[in-house]
Ligand binder design. Structure first.
Ligand code: FES
Ligand code: FES
Length: 176
């Protein structure tokens, strides 16, 4: 028997629209699916990680409509029409070149195992979009919800601050 499609919702992920049918059919998305599972398992954005699944570690952070959110705590059903950016959306879409913020993590050894890193970078990215020149204290405050089990919080903060300083220098160079 043919399954009835209850609803089609659309997510815009990294600039591309994805239509998702919600229902009870084999390929439909159940109403109870979290955004983290939809992004990872249904759409293939496996850069975000699921650690606690309870909103406590920040590993699943993505940017939704300009704000950093923990995707394990959101029902995809409630995200219809949302604009979402995942870690995959930061690199250059054509060349694959990492963003300046991502490069700064590589250059400053901002991670160990890397499990928490996509979430930390997305939290930092959301902060920098609102406040391009944050203080170290503001960065630490923004990262309060991101847990790193390897203990690389310090080098993550250093990586972000190195990027902020570099952007400041570039700006000053342009102004001269
Ligand atoms: S997996 Fe979402 S906050 Fe930990
Ligand atoms: S680098 Fe391993 S969890 Fe943060």
């Amino acid at each position: 028997m043919k399954q009835r499609i209850q609803k089609i919702i659309t997510l815009n992920v990294n600039g591309r629209d994805y239509d998702i049918s919600v229902g009870e059919g084999r390929t439909d998305m159940p109403e109870s699916e979290t955004l983290a599972d939809t992004l990872r398992d249904r759409l293939g954005f496996t850069g975000l990680k699921v650690g606690c699944g309870q909103g406590a570690c920040g590993a699943c952070t993505v940017i939704m409509n300009g704000k950093a959110v923990t995707s394990c705590m959101m029902m995809t059903m409630d995200c219809d029409g949302a604009r979402i950016v995942t870690i995959e959306g930061l690199a250059d879409a054509v060349t694959g070149e990492l963003s300046g913020l991502q490069r700064s993590f590589v250059e400053n050894c901002g991670y160990q195992c890397g499990f928490c890193t996509p979430g930390i970078i997305m939290t930092a990215q959301a902060l920098l979009e609102k406040n391009p020149e944050p203080t170290e204290e503001e960065v630490r405050e923004a990262l309060a919800g991101n847990y790193c089990r390897c203990g690389t919080h310090y080098s993550a903060v250093e990586s972000i601050m190195a990027y902020v300083e570099q952007k400041k220098k570039e700006k000053e160079g342009c102004a001269q």
